[in-house]
Design a protein around this ligand. Structure first.
Ligand code: PCA
Length: 323
């Protein structure tokens, strides 16, 4: 026993000595639970970085808002409290409407369109983040957003008065225009918000529906495929510059791989997770024509308002997207 302890102690001492002096650990807050495909993807990104740098840079992921609450994550990276983080891109729409383009209803509803919109957004966003001391590493979309309710919905009128869970200002505006009553709720709090009656409807992806076990508290999923919003992973510029060149390259390469992997995973999740909703007894339906028309009218109204607000930069973005 004593001998084993001694040996164990020696092994630890040798391992500690073998660690390069420059080894560093980055704390990385993320908003969504571990089972979310975005979080799984980030864990893989972290592993890739650690492997590629031979342990020089380790990234410790703090999921589900455990280190910083979702609305605080971008500020925490900006101020250098943490070197990197993930958040829902359109949360920054208050800083500039361009950040919110991917949450506009019915602007980009297929993955091809989402890719084109990201291509149109990317440079502008890079520049805006740069001004905040941030550098984007990669962005990955959620599957198309659908409507979850506790009853059948065949028109916008059916949404009137419903207590509606929202995740950003754009969705709040959408809910208001539909006559619903919006309440902001973060993903980890969704099950409780439904079970306590704080909310009774939401728009989100099949992924978040499955991660939240939506079948425990609601019955209907209407596949409206209204928009394809993105998460973005960012790094504090100063923290990045402090890395040696090889480590910087390793981070950028891992990020590129994570972006490609994330888009593919999002596409396959869209189908697979819709099936999981069905398998668990949720009634999955296509929207009625009346509902589609009504929601598209709201979308058109919101796009007009966004254009006003986003001005010339917004118009350039739309031109690049549509051109
Ligand atoms: N899930 C996240 C963002 C979009 C999505 O599909 C949420 O519901 O907050």
């Amino acid at each position: 026993m004593t001998l084993m302890k001694t040996l164990g102690g020696a092994a630890v001492a040798v391992a500690a000595l073998a660690l390069p002096i420059k080894a560093e650990t980055w704390d990385m807050p993320t908003p969504y639970p571990d089972a979310t495909f975005h979080t799984v993807n980030i864990a893989e990104f972290a592993k890739d970085v650690e492997e590629a740098t031979g342990g020089d840079l380790a990234i410790k992921v703090h999921s589900a808002g455990s280190l910083f609450k979702h609305p605080e994550i971008s500020k925490a990276v900006r101020s250098g409290q943490v070197p990197a983080g993930e958040f829902f891109l359109s949360l920054l729409a208050n800083d500039n409407p361009v950040f919110g383009a991917d949450s506009l209803p019915f602007l980009a509803t297929s993955y091809d369109e989402a890719q084109a919109l990201w291509a149109a957004q990317e440079e502008v966003i890079k520049q805006l983040l740069d001004e905040q001391g941030l550098m984007p590493l990669y962005a990955v979309p959620w599957p198309p957003q659908g409507l979850y309710t506790t009853k059948e919905i065949t028109s916008v009128d059916d949404l009137a008065g419903l207590k509606f869970r929202t995740y950003n200002a754009t969705l709040e505006q959408f809910a208001n225009l539909a006559g619903a009553a919006p309440t902001q709720v973060e993903v980890p709090d969704i099950p409780q918000a439904f079970s306590t009656g704080r909310v009774e409807a939401m728009i989100t992806s099949p992924s978040t529906g499955v991660n939240s076990k939506a079948w425990d508290f609601l019955t209907h999923y209407t596949d409206i495929q209204a928009w394809i919003p993105k998460n973005i992973v960012v790094v504090n510029k100063r923290s990045f510059r402090r890395l040696d060149e090889d480590t910087q390259t390793a981070v950028l390469e891992a990020a590129e791989a994570a972006e490609a992997r994330g888009w593919e995973k999002s596409k396959s999740e869209a189908e697979e997770m819709t099936q999981v909703l069905k398998d668990n007894g949720i009634t999955v339906v296509e929207p009625s024509e009346e509902l589609t028309t009504g929601l598209q009218e709201i979308g058109a109204q919101m796009l007009e308002a966004w254009k006003e607000e986003a001005g010339e930069t917004g118009q350039q973005l739309l031109d690049a997207y549509e051109g």
